[in-house]
Ligand binder design. Structure first.
Ligand SMILES: Cc1ncc(COP(=O)(O)O)c(C=O)c1O
Length: 434
């Protein structure tokens, strides 16, 4: 394994600075595989950063980036526009349900959350009826900028500063595995009904259709339908975070398609550009966008970044939407996802395994302890499979181009990794030698 030199000046995100870890140096990606600096190839079970949905080195995406770079890298978007942003917004309008045809572009999922919250807050002011309370999942994740961080109740997102508006975090009423049993959807919707009733009228409810960072938690069918109904009842805006689920990850184009609901705002990133370039979007309705029409000259939405709607990013994203359609990647995610889930369910008898769940190409094995999860991730990497853990959840999220052979190999490598981590004594030993 290659190591970064201990004197590396690169400060890696989300990593303890004192950690005695030698990160693997990744140098190349091809299709569903990545290669490190020592020449070892791995099965990429995390799609780069959960975003390389079309796989690595896709020629159409490389060409789209090169064409746009040659033509025009980027240009100011408040006084001007460019065809790449227009094409992407039009492409999204065709994909999204209902009248979610108005799109605002930014660079990251966190910025999409920030933009969505600013739109929500200003919308209520525009309507002459200010509301500011927002309801989210305690185990939800919407990003790591200051505002996005406060929307989550996960310990990893804790910060000392105050939120700019009241946020109510709804806890799961039952453990993740019990959400699938009868009554799961009602119990979950009931928790949101209580939160909606418990305070002043909420400006918005913001949730992910499947909780990613919270532990790969699949929400019960029917929950979003009921949440939509509750939001309508309270006149509250429903914001769905499709940053992780969007563009086929769960076996449907959007996570909310499983329930057939249409939110008032949707945030998107990751798969939107196949992970090749940073890009994110918020789409909403003409009614919400139109409420800004009386804003003074500087206004409209007082938010944006130098690289918001960067032309190269937009060109790659517009092409990504075409690749997803041309290669049938959403359907492939559904088929390969059920193969992956049934393969991993064979591992349910392992003494450390508490639950195996999944939807499309998001598969989660929940184990008894966080150390067990970390040890399995480390063992899998030694065997040639890159996966990821979030707390006690081990997550497998391969590119949507994954083949049946890739799935079989992934399941086999997972089984081997799990078999090598048999007891807590074992995984403590692994952690020491990692
Ligand atoms: C559901 C969800 N929302 C928002 C984000 C934040 O996106 P970013 O890391 O691009 O800021 C993430 C990132 O993992 C996510 O999974």
């Amino acid at each position: 394994m290659s190591s970064a030199t201990p004197t590396s000046t690169f400060w890696r995100p989300w990593t303890p600075v004192a950690a005695a870890t030698d990160p693997v140096v990744m140098v190349e990606g091809r299709g569903t595989r990545v290669r490190d600096a020592d020449g070892t190839w791995y099965v990429d079970g995390i799609s780069g950063m959960m975003n390389a949905s079309c796989g690595h080195g896709h020629p159409r995406l490389l060409q789209a980036a090169a064409r746009q770079l040659e033509q025009l890298a980027h240009f100011e978007l408040s006084a001007f526009t460019h065809p790449a942003a227009e094409a992407l917004a039009a492409g999204l309008a065709r994909l999204l349900p209902g009248d979610l045809g108005e799109t605002f572009l930014v660079n990251s999922g966190s910025e999409a959350t920030e933009a969505a919250m600013r739109i929500v807050s200003q919308y209520w002011r525009n309507m002459g009826a200010p509301r500011d309370r927002v309801i989210t999942f305690q185990a939800g994740y919407h990003g790591s900028t200051a505002l996005a961080q406060k929307l989550s109740g996960l310990p990893s997102n804790a910060s000392d500063w105050a939120a700019p508006f009241p946020i109510d975090h709804v806890r799961l009423p039952v453990p993740p595995r019990e959400l699938r049993s009868a009554g799961g959807a009602e119990a979950l919707a009931g928790a949101f009904a209580t939160a909606l009733a418990a305070g002043p009228p909420a400006a918005a409810v913001m949730v992910e259709p499947l909780l990613n960072v919270g532990g790969g938690i699949v929400l019960p069918a029917g929950f979003l339908t009921e949440l939509r109904r509750l939001c309508d009842q309270y006149g509250t805006l429903l914001v769905l975070d499709e940053v992780f689920c969007g563009f086929g990850r769960t076996g449907r184009m959007f996570g909310f398609d499983h329930d057939g609901v249409t939110p008032d705002l949707v945030t998107m990133s990751k798969g939107i550009s196949g992970g090749y370039v940073p890009l994110a979007a918020v789409s909403t309705t003409p009614e919400i966008k139109g409420s800004f029409r009386h804003e003074p000259m500087i206004g409209g939405l007082r938010y944006g970044h130098t690289t918001s709607g960067h032309a190269v990013a937009c060109a790659v994203a517009a092409e990504t939407l075409e690749v997803i359609a041309d290669e049938g990647l959403v359907g492939n995610a559904k088929v390969r996802g059920s193969e992956l889930l049934s393969g991993l369910r064979e591992l349910e008898d392992h003494p450390s395994v508490i639950d195996v769940r999944g939807l499309g190409l998001v598969a989660t094995i929940e184990v008894d302890e966080q150390e067990t999860a970390s040890a399995v991730v480390a063992e899998a990497r030694r065997g040639g499979l890159i996966i990821r853990s979030q707390g006690t959840a081990i997550m497998v999220m391969p590119p949507l181009i994954t083949t049946a052979a890739d799935v079989a190999e992934t399941v086999q490598l997972m089984a081997q990794a799990l078999a090598r981590v048999t007891s807590s004594a074992d995984h403590r030993l692994h952690a020491v030698h990692q």
